[in-house]
Design a protein around this ligand. Structure first.
Ligand code: NAP
Ligand code: G3H
Length: 493
């Protein structure tokens, strides 16, 4: 049966978006509203409510109660609700993708891809949840233990999961927390990014319409800087699943005590290009990796470390491709680089550009700004004294750092405080493995740009890029724990 979800279902006539509480969309008592304007043209898309601490308390209490019943629901029934959510999401894919374009200025193709990837994510989560197995462990394999002990190990949920997602994937990085958490039997208290909340709330309604019991998914809106600390330190939150900046991730890690967290944070992914690399393939990947969605991806290529002997050729190829990128309104077919999420983000990118210029980097292309659009920018001969060598711009700007040896590339790559992913471009499998083994990152891509997917692969950052592992099965495991029941058999008289 087709179910149409409308933005009107979750907002009032003044386009004030409500919150999902106990299966219904309710208005907050707080009269503090946050305007959500499109980064494309400043059009007012709606307003979200700044929930009070008392409302957060009520909602989390409701989640806690609902979770007890949800934990008792058989996995095949939980999975059926997830399949239904995926189906409803597919029926409403275009409407949601259109909002994504407006709300976070994602290009049309990227917005549609985000929604369809989420549909697959939810389905695969349901498949995986059904395949989760327990184990029985005989005691006598451990020295000194008799044959009469057997441990029956199953997985049980953690309780209430606080899911906090970032602006750049308000649908996918919300669903990739919500679906595995639900599959594992948790209730979810979902905080969407403020810029991205309308899309996030719409996703919540899709889960709601799929038949989730009341209270199993509740939402909270309000600025993270105001309500975030209260939520993450709330005694009834049992797990925090956070994706966002390293700054906020570190803060969460500092202020929470004895609370398990999964943190997926910023990155400074390097593309290391060796002498024997297919330079066309490397350039294609670097441009797609560095500039898609205006560089606002945690896994964007954020620096190029290239062997001196092939640097001129690679830079020329990258320049040619960058020059062809379509810049402008993300509502137009083909646009790759559009306005950044806000003016502050643009100011920051421009600071890094100015720093590189002042310190003598060679501007190959770009470097200019028009409104909140930063033109795709490439710098050559960036050195390690420049901010661009180390800081994450989260915008369409790429530094080329020329290196003389593989070990110099590894050294510079590892000097970064970040450790999300890296790419190595080479035809020499021995060199690829030598480098991959030494890089301090969660994942090394050989002859491809850094990327999170496919979503059943493990995805993780080390150092300042995160803690814990995402990926469908990994996420379900992260949001559940083993429960052991040990059978101690007595002697038969
Ligand atoms: P952000 O500013 O850290 O915000 C992320 C989320 O945290 C938002 O929902 C935000 O709410 C909330 N928040 C802010 N302060 C908080 C606090 N004190 N306590 C709890 N929550 C708080 O990040 P962003 O600008 O949305 O996203 C860009 C960053 O995320 C980049 O650094 C990027 O690399 C990283 N990222 C990493 C991954 C990954 O998987 N490794 C994926 C995507 C993005 P408000 O919106 O209300 O402020
Ligand atoms: O922005 C961070 C995302 O986790 C990256 O996902 O590599 O699929 O764009 P992606």
């Amino acid at each position: 049966m087709e179910i149409k979800v409308s933005f009107k279902d979750i907002s009032n006539e003044d386009k004030i978006y409500k919150n999902l509480y106990d299966g219904k969309w309710v208005e907050s008592n707080s009269d503090k509203l946050i305007e959500i304007k499109s980064p494309i043209n400043g059009e007012l898309l709606g307003k979200v409510q700044s929930m009070s601490k008392e409302e957060v308390d009520l909602a989390i209490k409701n989640s806690k109660e609902a979770q007890k019943l949800w934990a008792e629901v058989p996995i095949n029934r939980r999975a059926a609700i997830l399949y239904r959510a995926a189906e409803i999401l597919e029926q409403n894919a275009n409407e949601l993708a259109e909002m994504l374009v407006l709300e976070i200025a994602k290009d049309k193709r990227g917005a549609i891809a985000e929604v369809y990837r989420t549909i697959d994510y939810i389905k695969f989560t349901a498949d995986s949840a059904k395949q989760l197995e327990g184990e029985t462990i005989p005691g006598d394999s451990f020295p000194g233990t008799k044959k009469n002990k057997i441990s029956f190990v199953t997985r049980v949920p953690l309780g209430v999961v606080l899911a906090i997602s970032p602006f750049n994937y308000p649908v996918n990085l919300a669903a990739s927390k919500i679906a595995p958490a639900l599959a594992a039997g948790n209730a979810v208290f979902f905080k969407p990014p403020t810029q991205g909340s309308i899309s996030g709330l719409y996703l919540a309604e899709i889960f709601n319409k799929a038949g989730l019991p009341d209270g199993v998914l509740n939402t909270v809106t309000g600025r993270g800087s105001e309500i975030g600390d209260y939520c993450v330190t709330h005694p009834d939150i049992d797990f925090i699943n956070f994706t966002g900046s390293t700054e906020v991730g570190k803060r969460i890690s500092n202020i929470t005590t004895m609370k398990p967290v999964l943190l997926e944070l910023g990155g400074k992914d390097a593309a290391i290009v060796l002498e024997d690399a297919d330079l066309d393939e490397a350039a294609d990947n670097i441009v797609a990796g560095g500039y898609s969605y205006s560089g606002q991806r945690c896994t964007a290529v954020k620096r190029i470390l290239v062997m001196d002997s092939v640097a001129d050729e690679l830079v020329a190829k990258v320049k040619t491709k960058v020059a062809k990128l379509e810049v402008g309104d993300p509502r137009e077919e083909g646009t790759v680089v559009g306005p950044l999420i806000n003016g502050k983000a643009c100011d920051f990118v421009m600071e890094l550009i100015e720093d590189a210029k002042e310190k003598g980097a060679e501007l190959v292309i770009g470097g200019n700004r028009e409104g909140n659009i930063v033109y795709p920018t490439l710098f050559d001969k960036v050195d390690t004294n420049m901010r661009l060598a180390w800081e994450e711009p989260f915008g369409p700007v790429l530094p080329v750092i020329r290196v003389k040896s593989i070990d110099e590339a590894i050294g510079i790559a590892n000097e970064s405080s970040y450790g999300l992913q890296s790419s190595v471009f080479t035809k020499n499998i021995d060199a690829a493995f030598y480098i991959a083994n030494k890089l301090e990152v969660g994942t090394v891509q050989v002859n491809n740009k850094p990327e999170r997917g496919p979503d059943h692969f493990p995805f993780l950052g080390v150092k300042a890029s995160g803690m814990g592992t995402q990926g469908i099965r990994y996420s379900i495991e992260a949001m559940s724990r083993p429960k052991a029941i040990v059978l101690n058999l007595g002697a038969v008289e």
